[in-house]
Design a protein around this ligand. Structure first.
Ligand code: UFG
Length: 327
């Protein structure tokens, strides 16, 4: 058995990663406290319920499965909430990750794939970002993730812990078979909220800010298909197992779409109108977050082939209309 420990494997991205790992011949072992994940999304390998803040539980799971690598997704990820309740983010994300890193080192599991974020870059002057762009997060979520990146560098120097750090841009879409999909409660992400508004599950979408310095005044983001994203993670495990060393990769497409452009695409894909109103800015939002993926393409052989806006919305819409979404 070639086990990979997947923290957050019951969540949106983690469950897609488990499916991709299984398809690649690994056994994904999900470690999740179910604070935002769903046990019925754990379909591709064993489930160990546990909390990253519980070090003895982590030690037990490492001893039981002896994983060849860790994929670390488990984290709180709402930018707005991180501004109103930063302590929750520093405790869960940063302290939880420290426990996990120490447990991995103690167990001799020295391959670590980490789910970081473009929110570590913060507000930058309308540039397309790359891995060497300065990291100046403007919200506690991004700051908590940047601190984990720093920890990983220190534990590489001290313990030989090798890490592949993926800085994601905005993840969307879902599994081809709609076996799993995006399911947050509460939902805060743009595309599922637009779909909720379209089919009447909420009254209207509120656009958070229309006075940004962008062509239509709304924020611009780089959307990546979740299946492309998790493919990169499997490539990351193979990279580490081939002893290629620690490396940071941005996972973006180089194309940015404004909130209004995403709404227009959703209207087109679904053939419905998007009820919306205009509201004030949300604390912690950057004007524009867009990245190229040259390094991931050249060094990992990654291609974000499914990451067109229409495809991501169509996949999310299929999942949205499936019975799963109603639970
Ligand atoms: N937005 C709205 N109305 C809404 C929800 C979102 O206008 O009801 C806007 C936001 O202000 C932002 C854009 O849509 O401009 C995207 O917002 P999301 O909440 O979907 O995504 P974020 O960009 O805030 O954050 C997400 C993840 C983070 C990740 C980040 C990287 O939540 O984990 O993408 O950009 F780090």
């Amino acid at each position: 058995m070639t086990n990979v420990l997947v923290t957050g494997g019951a969540g949106y991205i983690g469950s897609h990663a488990c499916k991709a790992l299984k398809a690649a011949g690994f056994t994904p072992v999900t470690f999740d406290n179910l604070c935002t994940g769903w046990e019925d999304a754990v379909k591709f390998g064993p489930f160990e319920k546990g909390d990253l803040l519980d070090r003895p539980r982590l030690d037990e799971v490492f001893a039981k499965y002896q994983p060849v690598a860790v994929m670390h997704f488990a984290a709180l990820s709402q930018v707005g909430e991180s501004m109103s309740n930063p302590g929750k983010y520093w405790l869960n994300n940063t302290c939880g990750s420290l426990n996990l890193i120490e447990a991995a080192c103690a167990a001799g599991c020295l391959n670590f794939v980490f789910s970081s974020t473009c929110a570590t870059y913060g507000e930058q002057d309308n540039v397309v970002l790359n891995e060497d762009s300065v990291q100046l997060p403007i919200n506690a979520y991004g700051a908590s993730k940047r601190a984990i990146e720093d920890m990983l560098r220190d534990f590489d120097a001290s313990h030989g812990l090798k890490s592949v750090i993926f800085r994601y841009f905005n993840v969307a879409g879902g599994d081809d078979e709609a076996e799993i999909g995006e399911f947050h409660r509460p939902e805060t992400h743009l595309i599922p909220l637009i779909l909720d508004a379209i089919d009447g599950k909420r009254a209207a979408l509120t656009i958070f800010g229309t006075d940004y310095d962008t062509p239509d005044g709304t924020c611009i983001r780089d959307y990546v298909h979740v299946c492309d994203l998790v493919d990169a993670h499997v490539l990351g495990v193979n990279w580490l197992r081939a002893d290629k060393g620690s490396r940071v990769f941005n996972l973006g497409t180089g194309s940015g779409f404004s909130v209004r452009e995403v709404m227009d695409a959703a209207a087109q894909v679904t053939g419905r109108t998007v009820p919306f109103n205009e509201g004030p800015r949300r604390a912690g939002d950057c004007t524009k977050l867009v990245s190229g993926s040259t390094r991931a393409e050249e060094e990992l052989g990654w291609t974000p082939g499914r990451s067109t806006l229409d495809r991501m919305i169509a996949d999310a819409w299929r999942w949205h209309q499936s019975g799963h979404y109603e639970k």
